[in-house]
Design a protein around this ligand. Structure first.
Ligand code: CA
Length: 223
């Protein structure tokens, strides 16, 4: 038993498909038809990951995402019919860890669910002790980040991105390399996804100079 995945989807056919594939891989699945129901279910079951549709009756997926983020760090994968970049960025900004657009391959969806769980399971970093740069301190064991001693909240993905950069001080990591390290197997948004996350990370850290852009090459953190 690998723990429950909460699938928030109002379309029965899609919910059935997602459930069938997740169950085939040994996951327990809890199904919610609306955002309101999802928030209730989350208080009722231990949930390891949420697969979230955007177009829902009642509150939409972005709002669910924000409300979930206000109370939990549970990994979140958005499954949406909307494929324009604005929504993709909105989803990531609302705190999603990954984004899959419909029509989707159920096998790919399951692979992404597993990848997110691998990362959030603490296996993301082989580094034992805290990683630091300036007054930013990242502790892989507790998956926490402090800036000037004050804790800040990052999504799982932002955390892994910062961890990857801090683990390679002075080394320029290309967008492709970061996709490999942090997204393990790609992301539909491609390398642009890295830029979006870097921007969010800089904003949350409040240290715009900590992660330097190396034009035409990628990103790095100075030792
Ligand atoms: Ca829907």
């Amino acid at each position: 038993m690998k723990g429950a995945v909460l699938v928030v989807e109002d379309e029965q056919a899609i919910a059935d498909l997602v459930r069938a594939y997740l169950r085939r891989d040994g996951f327990d699945v809890v199904w919610a038809r609306s955002g309101e129901q999802a928030l209730e279910e989350l208080g009722r079951h231990p949930v390891r990951l949420v697969v979230l549709d955007i177009g829902l009756p009642g509150i939409d997926g972005f709002e669910v995402c924000r409300r979930l983020r206000a109370r939990t760090t549970v990994p979140l994968l958005i499954l949406s019919a909307r494929d324009d970049e604005v929504d993709r960025v909105a989803g990531l900004e609302a705190g999603a860890d990954d984004y899959v657009t419909k029509p989707f391959s159920p096998r790919e969806l399951v692979a992404r669910v597993k990848a997110i769980l691998r990362r959030s399971g603490g296996g993301a970093s082989a580094v034992e002790g805290p990683l630091t740069a300036d007054d930013v301190e990242l502790d892989p064991a507790s998956r926490s980040v402090r800036v000037g001693g004050e804790p800040i909240e990052l999504t799982a993905r932002e955390f892994d991105l910062l961890a990857a950069l801090l683990a390679h001080p002075g080394v320029v990591l290309s967008r492709d390399r970061l996709l490999e390290l942090v997204w393990q197997g790609g992301f539909p948004g491609g390398t642009r996804t890295v830029d979006v996350h870097i921007a969010q990370l800089r904003a949350k850290l409040g240290r715009p100079d900590l992660v330097a852009t190396v034009r035409g090459a990628g990103y790095k953190v100075e030792p």
